[in-house]
Design a protein around this ligand. Structure first.
Ligand SMILES: Cc1ncc(CO)c(N)n1
Length: 224
């Protein structure tokens, strides 16, 4: 099992069935055995490019909500990783399919996509760094877990590029860094015994809602 820190493991366990629905969604299992229709994958990837634009904005908001130099570094590195690394996967695959970067950028945003990223942004606008991180973490860590699992269990090479991106050292390193950021941000603001704080329940609820929005995102991927 991946180790992405203490708080993430607690929040994931609190989200129970929702986490399972997210990390083992039919879309994911279809990438694992190669049965996911190519059309659905491309549709998902185009939506995910738009997702990453707004997700990068949300991580930029984490720079705004930071209270230490370390927090600013961790958040700005994540912004950079999203914009200059992760989005390359989307641009590269789409280019090979004859979809230009301009076309990709102009992809009409589906409602499930919009709901998710604006929920995350709103958690950040109306709250502090902890509220924002609780909404950001399911996305980052979920793909880290899925990538690692598919790298060891995939029975088809069809979606290998996608799997390797999320199972790879760079992405896994980013997950670890975000796990450390979450643990240290919680400790700084509400103490080492953060799960005993009255805020903990609300943070777990935000985490679970974001997880449910991830389930809807996979479902949207199955319906081009
Ligand atoms: C919907 C979604 N969640 C998480 C990630 C990982 O960054 C992604 N690319 N897309």
């Amino acid at each position: 099992m991946n180790d992405y820190g203490k708080a993430f493991a607690l929040m994931r366990d609190a989200a129970q069935g929702s986490w399972r629905d997210y990390s083992r969604h039919a879309f994911v299992e279809g990438m694992k055995d190669g049965t996911l229709p190519h059309e659905a994958f491309l549709h998902y990837l185009r939506q995910d490019y738009v997702f990453l634009i707004h997700f990068s904005r949300a991580w930029a908001l984490a720079v705004v909500k930071s209270e230490t130099h370390e927090e600013m570094l961790a958040a700005s590195r994540t912004v950079n990783g999203l914009i200059s690394e992760e989005m390359k996967l989307h641009i590269g695959i789409c280019e090979a399919e004859g979809i230009s970067q301009d076309q990709l950028f102009a992809t009409p945003e589906r409602a499930e996509n919009l709901a998710y990223t604006r929920y995350v942004l709103e958690a950040g606008y109306s709250g502090d760094l902890l509220d924002l991180l609780a909404a950001l973490v399911p996305c980052v860590m979920g793909y880290g877990e899925i990538g690692t699992r598919l790298a060891s269990q995939a029975t088809s090479e069809t979606y290998q590029d996608w799997i390797n991106t999320y199972a790879g050292e760079d992405y896994q390193g980013a997950c670890k860094a975000v796990g450390e950021l979450l643990d240290s941000a919680l400790t700084r603001r509400i103490g080492a015994d953060f799960q005993a704080s009255p805020r903990w329940y609300r943070l777990c609820r935000t985490f679970r809602t974001a997880t449910e929005l991830e389930v809807n995102f996979w479902q949207m991927g199955l319906t081009p």
